[in-house]
Write a protein that binds this ligand. Structure first.
Ligand code: AHG
Ligand code: MN
Ligand code: MN
Ligand code: MN
Length: 335
């Protein structure tokens, strides 16, 4: 599709191939785009509209909620719950899955989302984002159960994120490549600016929170040691490092110029009873889908993320994703 086309037109055109397409999916992505534009506007206004700081509450995962975590969650529900495109919602900021109001029309999709990713960055005016994953709802069920959401990532019909950075960008996959759209604020449309992204298979840039080094498992320790050894080490080349602490921004950098990102399992997480830092259903799965569709790879270090059978809506997993050859190398070190 030609560069400059609107997100709406892009979706309509890509849906044309499917006989029986009713426009519901187009409507759903439009709802999501509306929610993201509203969040983008608030993020942009920042302190002017009093949305920075903490909300004074905790989510089910024991994290302090920021005001904008809560507001973004409400914006998403508002945009999705009443239009007849979804049958249920799940979010990082809601303990349980969200049941639609009784009178709301039901649609054929389920949406799982991280309304504000990287929220520790919001108060310091650094990039944040929104991540979403779309599944098919079980047909004819008015109120899908938690089990209906617990599908492996391979069953996602679409996934995407919106990055609120210097520009606001939407990145989307429906399983036929990964495409990037940039929000033109003057007339409020996402326009296609990069089609069929391909992540370089090799890289000399890694992203990890290195303050956790002493807690890492041996394979991760070895991989990073080898990168740090540079030209004279076993890798024979120097590596650069980045850590933004917004997964959306890290994934965006990797789609743009390659790299490897990891939030591995470590003994500090384990001592808190956690099986990873990032959440499978609304962080790891959608990002893994986007990355694989761009020719990259995504594993837990041990297995492919998209093939995992989820056990709980807020399940945490270790994440290694990005340039294929580096992800394969680190995954190999675990075996
Ligand atoms: P969220 O803000 O949605 O809770 O997610 C934050 C995640 C992710 O975006 C980032 O990669 C990571 O947490 C940062 O963790 P550290 O603060 O441990 O570096
Ligand atoms: Mn959080
Ligand atoms: Mn997140
Ligand atoms: Mn979040």
């Amino acid at each position: 599709m030609h560069i400059g086309t609107t997100l709406t037109n892009f979706i309509i055109e890509s849906q044309r191939k499917f006989s029986g397409a009713t426009g519901e999916f187009t409507g759903l992505l439009n709802d999501i785009a509306v929610a993201c534009k509203k969040i983008s506007d608030l993020v942009n206004k920042g302190d002017l509209v009093g949305i920075l700081g903490t909300a004074g509450s905790e989510n089910v995962q024991g994290e302090q909620q920021k005001k904008l975590d809560v507001i973004s969650n409400e914006i998403f529900i508002e945009a999705l719950a009443h239009n007849g495109h979804v049958a249920g919602l799940a979010s990082e900021e809601m303990d349980e899955i969200y049941e639609l109001p009784k009178q709301a029309p039901r649609g054929k999709y389920l949406v799982l989302f991280d309304p504000l990713d990287g929220s520790s960055n919001i108060d310091v005016n650094v990039s944040v984002g929104t991540i979403f994953s779309i599944l098919k709802a079980p047909p004819g069920v008015d109120n899908p159960s938690t089990e209906d959401f617990l599908k492996p990532g391979t069953e996602q019909v679409a996934a995407g994120y919106c990055l609120y950075g210097p520009s606001t960008m939407m990145v989307l996959t429906t399983g036929q490549g990964t495409n990037m759209f940039t929000l033109d604020r003057d007339f409020g449309e996402f326009l296609l600016t990069h089609s069929d992204i391909q992540i370089p298979e090799d890289t000399q840039e890694f992203a990890v929170n290195a303050s956790n080094m002493r807690f890492w498992e041996e394979p991760v320790q070895r991989y990073i040691d080898e990168c740090l050894a540079g030209k004279d080490g076993p890798r024979g080349k120097d590596f650069n490092m980045r850590w933004i602490a917004s997964m959306v921004a890290e994934v965006h950098r990797i789609l743009t110029r390659g790299g490897i990102f990891m939030y591995p399992l470590d003994s500090k997480l384990q001592s808190k009873g956690q099986t990873g830092k990032l959440r499978l259903m609304y962080e790891a799965n959608p990002m893994a889908f986007i990355i694989e569709q761009a020719g990259g790879a995504a594993t837990t270090g041990r297995e492919r993320i998209l093939s995992m059978s989820p056990a709980a809506i807020h399940q945490r997993v270790p994440v290694v994703l990005g340039s294929k050859n580096e992800v394969d190398r680190l995954t190999g070190y675990h075996h």
